[in-house]
Design a protein around this ligand. Structure first.
Ligand code: NAD
Length: 298
């Protein structure tokens, strides 16, 4: 068997074109606007933010990037989020991660109004996803992973999905998302024993451990679908968490790195921003504190 590559770049481009059409056709004078909070000088974060800004403008979404020094205090950052929550021209808010160590990431993410939390990283939206609520904003990378899996046309219900990695932004939300698709889900991590034996039982492998080419071809069951989330740089070249060449012989479908999950992540963020915009057109304007169903009467 030679695995069929899943062309995330092409699927994401088509998705963005369709999204641009929907935004252009939307009967409103306003355009959706995403606010991006960038703290510090992390080079990779700056590149990710530039990519998001460019992709947003191409589909007709405004993108306001707010940059802050790495020394910004926690309260000052919370105040910025409060202002964005209360600003009716801003539909989505994301905080580019990672944040500097002195800032409490959970506290900062929890401050974003759930109806503007288009990264879906707040505990509120993570909880809605766990409840399989249609109101959840689903984090962009897991949402992109599901889109790629569905693009294969393979029935997901009943399949054994093994996820390698348990982070809050990839592993855990992907596990909930696949559980909601009726997969049987195993979550593995750095303390998992005999990982290769567990991976060999997978019909679907989602590799998100950030370890270059760790998942070997002979760990993969014949016909398994392999989604490689990892982005690693080895000798100046990007590679995933899966040994791509080794996996080709056994997998049925596989995402390349680059050109697999990465482009989908940005496309899904834009989709979430448009979703937030649409909801905010129909839902009553929230109070000035920006929180959903709150009782501040502001
Ligand atoms: P993370 O560092 O927060 O989490 C890594 C997870 O992998 C942890 O749960 C850890 O327990 C597990 N792990 C580490 N070593 C392991 C090992 N030897 N065996 C089994 N599990 C192991 O990382 P993250 O933010 O979840 O990202 C994971 C990878 O995905 C990184 O390479 C990151 O760059 C990439 N990523 C890509 C996208 C994208 O859009 N393509 C988005 C987010 C993250």
């Amino acid at each position: 068997m030679t695995a069929q590559p899943i062309n995330g770049k092409a699927i994401a481009a088509e998705f963005r074109q369709e999204l641009a059409r929907k935004i252009a056709d939307f009967p409103s004078e306003d355009m959706p606007v995403l606010a991006v909070i960038l703290v510090g000088d992390d080079e990779a974060s700056k590149i990710y933010v530039r990519n998001k800004q460019k992709a947003a403008s191409e589909v007709g979404i405004g993108c306001e990037v707010m940059e802050f020094s790495s020394s910004i205090g926690e309260q000052a950052l919370l105040n910025v989020i409060d202002e964005l929550n209360a600003n009716h021209h801003i539909n989505g808010i994301i905080v580019q991660l990672p944040l500097p160590q002195h800032l409490d990431t959970l506290k900062i993410l929890s401050r974003i109004s759930p109806i503007k939390d288009v990264d879906g990283f707040s505990p509120y939206n993570a909880g809605l996803l766990a409840y399989n609520s249609p109101d959840a904003f689903i984090s962009a990378t897991p949402k992109g992973i599901l889109h790629l899996l569905l693009s294969t046309g393979v029935e997901l219900s009943g399949k054994h999905a093994v996820i390698i990695g348990r982070s809050n932004i990839v592993g855990k939300p992907t596990a909930n998302l696949l559980l909601n698709q009726n997969c049987t889900v195993s979550i593995t991590h750095s303390k998992t024993q005999d990982l290769s034996t567990i991976v060999k039982t997978a019909d679907i492998i989602v590799a998100a451990c950030g370890q270059a080419r760790m998942i070997k071809g002979d760990w993969i069951k014949q016909g398994a679908i392999v989604i490689d989330v990892g982005i690693n740089r080895v000798e100046g070249k990007l590679c995933g968490d899966v040994d791509f060449e080794g996996a080709l012989a056994t997998a049925s479908f596989i995402t390349p790195v680059p050109g697999g999950v990465g482009p989908m992540t940005v496309a899904m963020l834009l989709a979430n921003t448009f979703q937030a915009f649409c909801r905010q057109q129909t839902e009553p304007k929230h109070c000035s504190c920006g929180h959903h169903n709150c009782h501040c009467q502001g």
